[in-house]
Design a protein around this ligand. Structure first.
Ligand SMILES: [Mg+2]
Length: 268
């Protein structure tokens, strides 16, 4: 029986504050040594995830921008044909998200038509974004390279319900993240996870079991597709309230919770 872990990054495999890359690398090493697949599934862009992947030495398929695209190294699957994909360099890319320029143009229309003030990463300069997020310029540059989504980093909290309403009407989806939220053309993590699950099932003739590890609301669509969905604690010690029946809440914030989850998966 093949085991596959779908995992969120921010606040799950890596703590949101002072992430310990060495710890993550050790956890990933142990997982791979036990023959378990690890699929990163995050709101982060391909460029952001590539840095993390190279630091933790992970060469497995991964899902970027809340299900915007799934990137599968060529040769990773032998039996299954990767349909609806395009080949770019050494990867197959399955795009399930709409293009960012369309999202931005819809957002522009909303801004002109309604009296809502908000700022997305594409409305800001590198310096401005670095100031708002308190992240280094090198990092925010990669955060801005969004292909299938837009991250809203500034909006009056009172405007959020009205904004969410308008977004839905024009076919956009608001996906809450840790600090900011992302806007997509309808996809979420689950959209891409579903496709990858199907490929794994075909490849291993259904002898495969899926585990999901997450920490927040944007993991709900991913976790709801798992045989065993696992939730780690948030930085304040609480567990996100999710509508999933067989959800397993483990003790441990972020990466500490991930470690506990791995022990459970190893024995499963
Ligand atoms: Mg998270």
């Amino acid at each position: 029986m093949q085991k596959v872990i779908f995992t969120d990054i921010d606040g799950t495999l890596l703590d949101s504050y002072l992430p310990d890359i060495k710890k993550a690398k050790k956890l990933v090493e142990k997982t791979l040594q036990n023959g378990i697949h690890i699929i990163l599934c995050s709101s982060k862009t391909e460029l952001e995830q590539n840095i993390i992947r190279s630091n933790i030495k992970l060469h497995e398929p991964f899902i970027v921008e809340n299900g915007g695209a799934t990137i599968i190294p060529v040769g990773y699957f032998n039996k299954s044909e990767i349909i609806h994909s395009k080949k770019f360099q050494k990867n197959y890319i399955i795009e399930t998200g709409g293009p960012a320029y369309r999202i931005r143009s819809l957002l522009k229309k909303i801004r002109t038509k309604h009296d809502i003030n908000f700022k997305g990463v594409s409305d800001l300069s590198i310096t401005e974004l670095s100031k708002i997020t308190r992240l280094p310029q090198e990092y925010v540059k990669k955060m801005m390279k969004r292909k299938y989504s837009e991250t809203i980093v500034q909006i009056d909290n009172n405007d959020i319900p009205k904004f969410a309403n308008i977004l839905e009407k024009v076919g956009l989806k608001m996906i809450p993240g840790g600090q900011y939220f992302d806007i997509t053309l309808g996809n979420d993590k689950g959209t891409a996870v579903k496709i990858l699950i199907d490929i794994f099932r075909k490849e291993y003739e259904n002898n495969v079991i899926f585990f999901g590890i997450g920490d927040s609301k944007n993991d709900e669509s991913m976790l709801s597709l798992m045989n065993l969905p696992i939730l780690v604690q948030k930085a304040n010690g609480s567990w996100q309230n999710l509508q999933i029946g067989n959800l397993l809440k483990v003790k441990g914030i972020g990466a500490n919770g991930w470690e506990v989850a791995l022990e459970i998966i190893l024995k499963y």
